[in-house]
Design a protein around this ligand. Sequence first.
Ligand code: FAD
Length: 365
Amino acid sequence: MQFIDPANKQPGSDSGKNLIVGKGIAGLTLAFRFLQEKIPFQIVDKGDGKPSSAVASGLINPVVVKHFGLSWMGQEFFRESEKFYRQTEQLLNTQVYYSQPIFRVFEDDQQINRWNEKRAEGGINDFTEEATNQAPVFLKAPYGGGLIHKAARVDVEQFFKATTRFFESMGLLKEEWFDVKNLQPDGTGWRYKGDHYDRVFFCQGIASRDNPLWNWLPVNPAKGQLVSIKHPAPDPLLAISQKIFVLPQGGDTFKVGATFEKTTEPGITSEAMTHLQQKFDQLIHGEQHGFTIVRKYYGFRPTVLDRKPLLGRHPVFDNLFFFNGLGSKGYMTAPWLSKHLYEHLFEGGELLKEVDLERYSLNYM
Ligand SMILES: Cc1cc2nc3c(=O)[nH]c(=O)nc-3n(C[C@H](O)[C@H](O)[C@H](O)COP(=O)(O)OP(=O)(O)OC[C@H]3O[C@@H](n4cnc5c(N)ncnc54)[C@H](O)[C@@H]3O)c2cc1C
């Protein structure tokens, strides 16, 4: 696949000019898709917010660690995400995507059987190995665990730094707050601050709740808190999962988290910090080294009642589109979903009904 500057687009195309509101993982994957397809676009994002995408751990794991099944469309999402990040690395000229094996620590004997049953059913075979009682020595794992050998991690910080620089250098990113009051229909599309756009794509994460065009859709914030720590005990190459994730960040640095809280209250809480420390201590030997926190993060996942993303067009206003509801898995799902949205709009593909926001259109009445 070749990416081409929209400024050099061949004449005669009728794809028009597009505005993308939001440069979280939803907006960015859509922007890279447009770039690849030579579709002109502009991104607008206020830049100093706390987008969920910037605090995420960036883990890409198609196996559901709670019940050991394959997540919905796990194969497709995983395959497309690997392709997308590898291609994007070439454009950004930096590595952002890493293979990341995960050891799921079992809590009891039954989980050994459940893991092996799920493997026997076939869904997770491509991604996992048989249950083992040979856990790495630094783990407190009396029941052993299962290895998810095919999983990955995006270096979120590097990805954001590099993409921001990349789109800024092309003049495709405006760092400002988008005020929906300045958006007016102009006959063939929309006018925003003097510029005409044929289509506007809203990729705002939980901020869509404050947007009168879209606040009828059930995007619910699920708060997550996580910490970056230094600790000598865990393996610097192996991620650990039980009630929390311990995710290598290079050397003796790990991300530990995240919490899942149904609150809209901003900020770091001492309860969450204690919870993460306790879970870490229950899992990893080496309490004498202490749990040295180097950074604390929080953000809000844009979740949906039925746990499926929300894509599609506005029920009333032409040429306004929504790409949201990525929940806990935006890094894995957004590459496939942005391609799907592109194919729907520009190549006549049908939108999967599971992701089509039309399923909530009764809310609009
Ligand atoms: C603690 C935590 C850990 C996570 N870990 C993982 C993980 O390991 N793997 C994974 O896949 N997912 C993870 N997630 C989930 C993931 O972060 C989300 O699925 C994803 O980031 C959602 O992306 P988004 O682009 O829809 O929204 P966001 O990332 O929130 O982006 C929305 C953007 O829109 C901008 N915006 C909104 N309104 C306006 C406006 N009016 N004007 C200008 N700009 C605007 C905001 O500034 C923001 O940049 C985690 C989430 C949290 C909170």
